[in-house]
Design a protein around this ligand. Structure first.
Ligand code: PLP
Length: 381
């Protein structure tokens, strides 16, 4: 049975934001949630906790242990449990560590385009933002990054770069060479790197995920199985500090770690420990959905441009040549009844793009492209 196989009627019973934010007749392929059934062991764990009334405060040692085993297994990355802390979720971890690295203000450098919540979280901690465009292939532009790092540091202020590894929305996976060069530039300019690795378990078989801390002992990573196992509704995450970032980790106030939920931590622990077969299957289904999208675009929307992602379940599609106006996602939600991410929300270079969530059933993807195709035919008549 497909993990991402639920039909439209079944998915419509979902109550999270993806399925509730738009009217019933809109196909929601926007926010990064999966229309997935969960690993059975996770369901059993949460069920048992609730049945026993085992719903107190968290005891997170096993969560850290499960993550270190998972990281060693998947990426051959040896993580010292002493370097890990629990946090409420990935973005809280990134915010809190950035507050510590930039105690009196300073600049946070992010990609253009990048996960659309990044600027909101920078706004929340009241730090400055600078954007650095990715290359035309959606990869890190090391020359531009070096220039931005040097500029941020020119008056002696501290600066942090939020690496999105793998990259949302382009789905690229930085190589070891790229990350080594990034670490070198960061050291030279005195910029600290905080790496968001939430999508790492969703790297495709033909790309290698490189944990940033394996190339930079001064780096800090934030991660969680919330994206890869669709557990965002069960809030928890981890911050991992490189060997030379222990001082920053020590400055993280314990109350930040206490805020992670016990039920979430248990569910995440079981996902890491017992969800490997499920993860393999969901990655295969995502791969099939990418291939399906490629075929559908070629057949029905040949003017759409996209590059098949190496990771994530997101597709970053350039619709400029379809001439759907300056906000193509808005037009598509209104006229085709398909909700996608508006490219410009991910940064100025996303103008004309949409982000499409492929973690759903092949039928829903087919229906979405058919609706867009119908609109484009009418539109261009
Ligand atoms: C790159 C990235 N980081 C963080 C998050 C959010 O993670 P959390 O809910 O754990 O804060 C998302 C959600 O889509 C994401 O894509």
């Amino acid at each position: 049975m497909l993990i991402l196989g639920a039909d439209l009627a079944t998915n419509r019973r979902r109550t999270s934001v993806k399925w509730r934010a738009f009217p019933e007749d809109v196909l929601p392929l926007w926010v990064a949630e999966m229309d997935a059934t969960l690993p059975p062991a996770v369901v059993e764990e949460v069920h048992d906790l609730l049945t026993r009334g085992d719903t107190g405060y968290a005891w997170p040692g096993e969560y850290v242990a499960a993550f270190t085993e998972f990281a060693a297994d998947l990426w051959d990355w040896s993580v010292d449990p002493v370097q890990c802390r629990t946090v409420t979720d990935v973005m809280v971890g990134i915010e809190e560590m950035t507050r510590i690295l930039l105690p009196d203000g300073g600049r946070v450098i992010i990609d253009d385009p990048v996960y659309d919540a990044f600027p909101l979280h920078i706004e929340n901690i009241r730090r400055d933002t600078a954007r650095v465009p990715l290359t035309a292939e959606g990869r890190l532009d090391l020359h531009q990054l070096e220039r931005a790092f040097a500029e941020a540091r020119a008056d002696g202020s501290p600066a942090v770069y939020w690496l999105c590894n793998p990259q949302n929305p382009t789905g690229t996976v930085p190589t070891k060479n790229e990350l080594t060069a990034l670490a070198e530039i960061a050291h030279r300019t005195g910029v600290r790197v905080v790496s968001d690795e939430i999508h790492a378990p969703l790297v495709d078989v033909h790309a290698d995920f490189v944990p940033y801390l394996t190339v930079d002992p001064r780096g800090i990573t934030a991660t969680s199985p919330s994206k890869s196992f669709n557990l965002a509704g069960l809030k928890a995450g981890l911050v991992v500090a490189g060997e030379e970032a222990s001082d920053a980790l020590a400055a993280l106030h314990p109350v930040v770690s206490y805020a992670a939920s016990h039920v979430a931590i248990r569910a995440h622990t079981v996902a890491y420990r017992e969800g490997r077969d499920w993860l393999e299957q969901v990655r295969a289904e995502i791969r099939d959905n990418r291939a399906l999208l490629g075929d559908l675009l070629a057949e029905h929307l040949p003017k759409a441009r996209w590059r098949e992602p190496q990771a994530t379940y997101l597709a970053w599609i350039n619709l400029t040549h379809l001439r759907l106006g300056s906000q193509p996602a808005r037009t598509l939600a209104k006229r085709a009844r398909v909700a996608l991410g508006e490219g410009a929300n991910y940064g100025p270079s996303g103008q004309g793009y949409v982000r499409m969530n492929l973690a759903t059933s092949p039928e829903i993807i087919r229906e979405a492209i058919s609706r867009i195709d119908d609109l484009v035919d009418d539109w261009q008549e």
